[in-house]
Write a protein that binds this ligand. Structure first.
Ligand SMILES: Nc1ncnc2c1ncn2[C@@H]1O[C@H](COP(=O)(O)OP(=O)(O)O)[C@@H](O)[C@H]1O
Ligand SMILES: [Mg+2]
Length: 269
């Protein structure tokens, strides 16, 4: 490998190459390429059934692609299950979050990998876990009052924030979020979007599936458009309008340049 190709390969934290996936007769994804940079927020958009969740589930190890390659930090990797993905620093945050309702924030963040102390490491180091959670809350500017707050009493947005904090505590550097703001009110959604932007500014790379295009335009760096399981294009948020994005979602790359009205005419013609 020449120096040039190494540099080119490591410019991206994630590269999906020619990813295809079928479910029976349904071609959910067709030779999809995606490149994600460090510290970037990439919006993943497209109509229902476009393949957004399937593509992200392949990266998170929930599904295995039929064809294609996954590269993480310039290396070709195999992701056969969620554990493989987690080991590579990838975390997927689902809308129906798996938090433990009877536990506080700290327990939810450290569950499964509790900090211990003592010569044999047999004593739970609760003090340190609460302190680290407090630091995480402050550092991420998470809208949660105390590391001792029970998650059962939290709003949907706060719960998403706990899930993000947990991922960061686990040293995840690539976060995937599937419709995180779908069930949230405007204020809550904006707070969560603010946290996502903070994370990106700290160097975390984020793949954000959403139907809310204005959300993407507010915080993302680029928008990846899928339609019918195919990549339609990747748009720089600073260079496009809401209309441009919607046009690409609805018409696809081959018809996006046509004059308004043509689509209706042609689809009935
Ligand atoms: N587990 C599955 N079994 C069968 N078909 C599926 C499954 N998951 C997704 N699909 C199909 O694959 C296509 C893409 O779905 P999906 O990735 O969920 O789209 P999106 O998230 O963009 O709405 C759809 O036609 C959907 O019905
Ligand atoms: Mg989906």
């Amino acid at each position: 490998m020449t120096t040039t190709t190494v540099a080119a390969a490591t410019e991206y934290v994630v590269q999906l190459r020619r990813i295809s996936k079928r479910f029976g007769g349904v071609h959910a994804l067709r030779e999809v390429d995606l490149e994600l940079r460090r510290g970037e927020i990439m919006g993943i958009v497209g109509d229902n059934g476009a393949g957004k969740s399937t593509l992200m589930k392949i990266l998170s190890g929930a599904y295995v692609a039929d064809e294609g390659e996954i590269w993480v930090n310039g290396r070709k990797v195999r992701i056969r299950n969620p554990q493989d993905s987690a080991r590579l620093g990838i975390a997927m945050i689902y809308q129906d979050l798996a938090l433990f309702n009877n536990f506080d924030v700290t327990k939810n963040i450290f569950i499964g990998r509790e900090l211990t102390r003592g010569p044999m490491g047999l004593v739970l180091d609760k003090k340190r876990m609460y302190r680290e959670t407090q630091e995480l809350i402050r550092e991420l500017k998470v809208d949660i009052k105390s590391p001792r707050q029970n998650v059962a009493s939290m709003s949907g947005g706060q719960r998403q924030m706990v899930a993000c904090a947990r991922a960061i505590a686990f040293k995840s550097t690539i976060l995937i979020m599937d419709e995180p703001t779908a069930a949230l009110g405007v204020t809550e959604a904006n707070k969560l979007l603010g946290l996502i932007r903070n994370l990106a500014d700290k160097g975390i790379s984020i793949l954000l599936i959403t139907q809310r295009i204005p959300d993407v335009l507010a915080i993302a760096d680029r928008v990846f458009v899928l339609k019918g399981g195919e990549r339609q294009g990747v748009l720089d948020v600073g260079k496009v309008t809401l209309d441009d994005v919607v046009t690409l979602i609805v018409r696809g790359k081959d018809r996006a340049g046509e004059a308004p009205g043509d689509v209706m005419y042609k689809s009935f013609g």
